[in-house]
Design a protein around this ligand. Structure first.
Ligand SMILES: NC(=O)C1=CN([C@@H]2O[C@H](COP(=O)(O)OP(=O)(O)OC[C@H]3O[C@@H](n4cnc5c(N)ncnc54)[C@H](O)[C@@H]3O)[C@@H](O)[C@H]2O)C=CC1
Ligand SMILES: O=C([O-])CC(=O)C(=O)O
Length: 329
């Protein structure tokens, strides 16, 4: 185990998700108790004072794994030499909005940050995008960082993946650890497709165990796909602790690898697998090893799943056209 601190950048560090995420990262949730971590926190200038307060709290935790914290509003300084960049900072949506409505407000953030990462990040950098609309923001950052291999960019659909596991566990009485091979396909939006036809519960096909197509179509899929909106409705602001937890889960599994016999959902650049147009950042079932991911191949896609995947990737293609129009890529 290396004793060199992993340099982890977090943007939007003074925000809601940051307030949960930083403490998880600093306490060892990402790399375990033996690997130190250095946090590099980016905020806009008016939020730096609040961020100083958060850093005081990080200090007060006396985390053994926290080797240092740097804060600032200059992306090139904060991203200098980072091995992992978690791009969280972006405006959240409010009631009645779709995440895609944030494109024009947030897209420019990812142009600038993609360029800065391209200039100064470490050669082994991995970039996870949480800020919405996450898939297309990741596409913007990737396109603006031509020297970073495209497979180093990913957008967060792990929260949807975790939500799908939790809903399935509640329906069937299974424990979450019995559920494997969950897949979220497509966009982190209301069109996403949580797929039970390839998931397993205790080694058995999940759709067969459930045996209730009506529940699958009319309860499970919409509950998972609209969970973010339900949380906004209930809490008055968007999910934060669960988003932070999923951000940690996704980064940890990317860096450490997925267990044998399971996979995770990550939105990654499409190579055309499963008919998803090449170059879109779309969620797939992936396995990871040594910091690299590969899309699980060879799954049978029936007509129901085909239509759902096509609808979500068509939305991604529309978002790509919109940001092209805005001159962001
Ligand atoms: N992919 C996913 O599963 C989820 C994504 N999200 C998204 O994550 C984003 C952040 O959510 P919250 O923390 O709740 O929002 P928030 O509004 O509490 O915090 C966002 C922070 O980003 C900062 N920020 C804005 N522009 C920045 C820039 N150019 N550089 C650095 N920081 C910047 C703001 O000052 C603010 O402190 C939102 O876009 C939200 O929709 C939220 C939940 C789940
Ligand atoms: O719904 C939102 O706007 C926040 C989010 O992405 C989620 O909770 O999945």
């Amino acid at each position: 185990m290396s004793s060199t601190p992993l340099k982890v950048a977090v943007t939007g560090a003074a925000g809601q998700i940051g307030y949960s995420l930083l403490f998880r990262l600093a306490s060892g949730s990402l790399l375990g108790a033996d690997r130190p971590i250095e946090l590099r926190l980016l905020e806009i200038t008016p939020a730096l004072k609040a961020l100083e307060g958060v850093v005081m709290e990080l200090d007060d935790c006396a985390f053994p794994t926290l080797a240092g914290v740097e804060i600032g509003d200059d992306a090139e300084k904060i991203f200098d030499g980072v091995n992992l960049a978690l791009l969280v900072g972006a405006r959240p949506r409010g009631p009645g909005m779709e995440r895609g409505d944030l494109l024009s407000a947030n897209g420019a953030i990812f142009t600038a940050q993609g360029k800065a990462l391209n200039n100064v990040a470490a050669d082994d950098v991995r970039i996870g995008v949480t800020g919405n609309p996450a898939n297309t923001n990741a596409l913007i950052a990737m396109t603006n960082a031509p020297d970073i291999p495209q497979e180093r960019f990913s957008a967060l659909t792990r929260l949807d993946h975790n939500r799908a596991i939790s809903q399935l566990a509640a329906k069937t009485g299974a424990s979450v650890t019995d559920i494997k091979k969950m897949t979220i396909w497509g966009n982190h939006s209301a069109t996403q497709y949580p797929d039970l036809f390839h998931a397993e519960i205790g080694g058995k096909n999940a759709a067969e165990v459930v045996g209730d197509q009506d529940w699958l179509e009319n309860t499970f899929i919409p509950t998972v796909a609209k969970r973010g909106a339900a949380i906004i409705e209930a809490r008055g602001s968007s999910s934060a602790a669960s988003a932070a937890s999923a951000t940690v889960d996704a980064a940890r599994d990317w860096l450490h690898g997925t267990p044998e016999g399971d996979w995770v959902s990550m939105a990654v650049v499409s190579d055309g697998s499963y008919g998803v147009p090449e170059g879109l950042i779309s969620s797939f079932p992936v396995t990871t090893k040594d910091g690299d991911w590969s899309i699980v191949q060879g799954l049978d896609i029936d007509d129901f799943s085909r239509a759902k995947i096509d609808a979500s990737t068509a939305e991604l293609a529309d978002e790509r056209a919109a940001v092209t129009e805005l001159g962001l890529i």
